[in-house]
Design a binder for this molecule. Sequence first.
Ligand code: PBG
Length: 324
Amino acid sequence: MFPTARPRRLRYSPVLREMVRETSISSSDFVYPLFVTFGKNVKRPIESMPGCFAESIDVTVSSAREVHSLGIPAIILFGIPEHKDEQGSGAYAHDGIIQRAVEEIKHAVPELFVITDVCLCEYTSHGHCGLLENGQVLNDPTLELLAKAAVSHVRAGADMPAPSDMMDGRVAAIRAALDAGGFSSVPVMSYAVKYSSAFYGPFREAAESTPSFGDRKSHQMDPANRREAMKEAAADIEEGADIIMVKPALSYLDIISDVKCAFNVPVAAYNVSGEYAMVHAAARLGWIDYDKVMMEMLISIKRAGADLILTYFAKDAAKILNQA
Ligand code: PBG
């Protein structure tokens, strides 16, 4: 008790502050998302995500090189196909946008760990995450397509598929298909705890994946639910998920913390598009310090328990961390 105890003693010197710091962050914690589109020499700015672009495969390869050179170990790829249809067939076509991108990236930068987002929403004409019947997203018939997509990514050279669709049973379906295809040592990272969030707005503009009607509330989670996160995480681990993700990150730090304490698997957190856009918007108005707010957000996600962070800030943060 005061005056014997004086917590400030540990805060006067910068050296000591650093010595007793409880959490650290480095560029090796990050996964950088990239949006791949069709065409050649395309680098289309995503307006609500300054610094992010939809890029054709040739440009994506250069971006992948840059990411690797900054000490960021991994990327996650999202595809914007030229044609969309009811079945989202571009998601599992052997010459689909992601399959071709993976092949070229792994050829150019083999050391870079390539994760692929597995979902149908970027490939369906209606923008929903699965097959539709009477306006409902069908669960079981969608599983087979997701499994096909994951296997086709891995066949092209992807290091880890990451299902983001939130269908029940998709991790088991993907695990079984990978094992049957001879890929039993390829891990799966599931978007295990994915909320139905307004923070995905800018991403949907980027990936052109806004649902043409309705919303994703029949499969993504209700932001009000905390215990349900445990149920989703447990189910995915039981089905064979190697890494589980919580998404979004900043409004869900309690969930990251709960999941980290309850399960013995690595936890990823997705610092999503809306979280990125808000910081840029406020910084542009001169209302906050971009670098400082970014670093504080990232350390808070680490502190909550995330082992890895998917973030559009990865390159900016790595530049700062690499200088230090
Ligand atoms: C679905 C997917 C989404 C995001 C990642 N994967 C969008 C959604 O569920 O509507 C959002 C990522 C972000 O907002 O940064 N393929």
